[in-house]
Design a protein around this ligand. Structure first.
Ligand code: ADP
Ligand code: MG
Ligand code: MG
Length: 201
């Protein structure tokens, strides 16, 4: 279904922007504990921009649409998260665009996650959104069902509670970052769940 549905991009933008809008305050609250309290505001700004560009994005071929979504996120989310989410989408779009119709989504996603890691100079276990992206990739590789992918993303985000932040603002707190969920990991799980629910319908 996924790659053939012409309404897919519009539907995903609507689903994701609604999820972010509904949880923006909560994401800000999480970021207040170990950052500067703006993660929900940043994400909402980016996804509101996507919503307003939805018609133009939906008219593009899928790979180009995904790449453009990344550019819009870089330009509108801001903060640390904007360039990272942007890199993820831009790289997925480029991989799908260059290797043609039978491109392997798990492979494109994996390369994109590696690009995010390089961009943020972050590793798994550093208490960032990568601690959700790598487990999601593992689920994609084993062709897990959407509800399994969503479940793995949620538990991976919760797992960041025990981690010490090594990158981003939270790293300044050192050991005091332990005991709080990472805001970026939380938004990443939220988006993963929203996408999986949409795809399952
Ligand atoms: P800012 O910290 O600039 O206010 P946000 O609050 O929007 O940006 O995003 C913070 C999130 O970005 C963190 O919770 C973390 O998941 C992610 N993050 C920050 N720095 C890095 C990095 N170097 N590599 C990977 N992820 C990062
Ligand atoms: Mg912040
Ligand atoms: Mg900020």
């Amino acid at each position: 279904r996924v790659l053939a549905d012409r309404g897919l991009i519009a539907g995903l933008i609507e689903t994701c922007s609604a999820a972010i809008a509904a949880h923006a305050d909560h994401l800000c609250l999480l970021d207040s504990a170990i950052g500067d309290g703006d993660h929900g505001t940043n994400m909402k700004r980016g996804f509101d921009a996507l919503r307003s560009e939805s018609d133009a994005l939906s008219a593009l071929p899928l790979a180009q649409a995904i790449e453009r979504i990344g550019v819009t996120l870089v330009m509108n989310v801001g903060g640390a998260a904007g360039p990272l989410y942007g890199t993820l989408l831009i790289e997925i779009g480029r991989s799908l665009g260059t290797s043609g119709a039978d491109t392997d989504l798990p492979d494109a996603f994996g390369k994109a996650v590696d690009a995010v890691a390089r961009r943020g100079r972050a590793l798994p276990g550093d208490k960032t959104l990568l601690d959700v992206l790598y487990p999601v990739h593992a689920e994609l590789v084993r062709h897990a069902a959407p509800d399994a992918i969503a479940g793995r993303a949620e538990s991976a985000a919760r797992h960041t509670i025990g981690m010490r932040a090594m990158r981003g603002r939270a790293a300044y707190l050192g050991d005091r970052s332990i005991g709080h969920i990472d805001p970026g990991a939380s938004s990443c799980a939220l988006l993963t769940s929203a996408i999986c629910r949409y795809i399952e319908e």
